[in-house]
Design a protein around this ligand. Sequence first.
Ligand code: NAD
Length: 433
Amino acid sequence: MHKRLNRREFLAAGAGVTASALFASPARANAGDRIRCGILGAGSRGTYLMQLAMNVKDADFVAVCDIAKGRVRNAQAIVAKARGNTPDGYGEKGPQDYRRMLERKDLHAVLIATPIDLHAPMSIDALRAGKAVLSEVAAATTMDDCHGLVRAVEETRGFYMMAENVCYSRDCMMILNMVQQGVFGEGLTYAACGYVHDCRFLLFKPDGTLTWRGERMCRAVTGNRYPTHAIGPVAQWLGINKTDRFVSLVSMSSRSFGAREYATRKFGKDSPQAKIEFAGGDSNTTLIRTARGVVIDLRYDIASPRPVRSTTYMSLQGEKASYEGLTGEIWIDGRTGKDEWEPVAKYAKEYDHPYWQKWGREAEQTGHGGADFFVIREFFDALRAGKPSPIDVYDAVAWSCIIPLSAESVRKGSAPVEIPDFRKGERRDRATS
Ligand SMILES: NC(=O)c1ccc[n+]([C@@H]2O[C@H](COP(=O)([O-])OP(=O)(O)OC[C@H]3O[C@@H](n4cnc5c(N)ncnc54)[C@H](O)[C@@H]3O)[C@@H](O)[C@H]2O)c1
């Protein structure tokens, strides 16, 4: 297996630049064409998404890229067993070898599921090579990458979707439906959400070295390192990038404790692992303000010991209703008793989202409570029909920029940091066209 480069080394080695060799006209699939896909990063998530996508009748997997040979072989074997063809393998020439895969003229789409810092540079290269992109979360981890991704989509007019699955979970879609039908009233004021569950078991490989997730945890002051699962559904409820937008945030991180405690317990107090500085801080809270005056309380903690209740949680306050996702309860003015909460499930028949009414039984067979089913379905449906991306680049970067901007706020002693409107370029184009 090739040495995995960190983001700086990766970019220095030539990835993520606007390479003219990669600038090609989009390899669009025409109506009736089969959609020829490649997978970039055939780890646990990439392989899983690929398996789900193999249920899409007109999608073929013709290429697999991973710097770990065994993972390429594994993915090839999965496709061969399910579909009878063996996709071509890439990655054996190192971290940039994916570009050889992107040079293929017959490839329409790539599913990107590499370590998080590589999503944006790889997505940009794929878009500039004319491929449609389904990228795992987050879309980007730096502001340069957020802007670069927007530029790549605008300049190529390519198709880009971020694979944020929690937005498609049954409860999140039901609340979205309720908001759109006015159950919460006109005025939404507050939302709380978080990605809070103990993921320390993902920090070390079996040989005791750090995984890419572990390495991220060692970096100096950081804020919320994984915001999209929690903020995505809330942003959709609030109409972010439609009727409202994020304008600023402040962020605060706790001291770091959990990762070292885990390393000490797992490897012994005199082990090298027990001496690792996990500088990132265990618990981060970021407060986001929107242009219409909504406050969002976004939390992130993957290093504190606690039993898993739910990997994500969300709540929403409107003028006529209040939803508490952690307990699965809702209060609706005029329908629920004054001092009562009701199980939100009680309203499923009335407000289940049309997607779930139609596809629920099929979706429930797939991961993350059925949400993954919709990500794959939405991506291929939109691509095939030439429809707008269901989670487009503007949503992707609005949700992902919380990573660098929360870190900036933490570094500045929790100072307010402005959140840019990434759609400005698009608006300017529209205004002048
Ligand atoms: N949406 C979700 O619910 C969800 C769940 C799990 C993971 N994820 C995301 O999916 C991504 C992958 O996670 P994972 O758990 O599969 O990680 P993983 O470590 O199992 O897989 C990543 C793969 O990328 C490969 N890789 C690294 N650098 C590469 C390069 N330059 N070229 C080609 N291949 C390269 C690695 O060898 C590895 O096989 C992460 O960004 C993670 O955040 C999302």
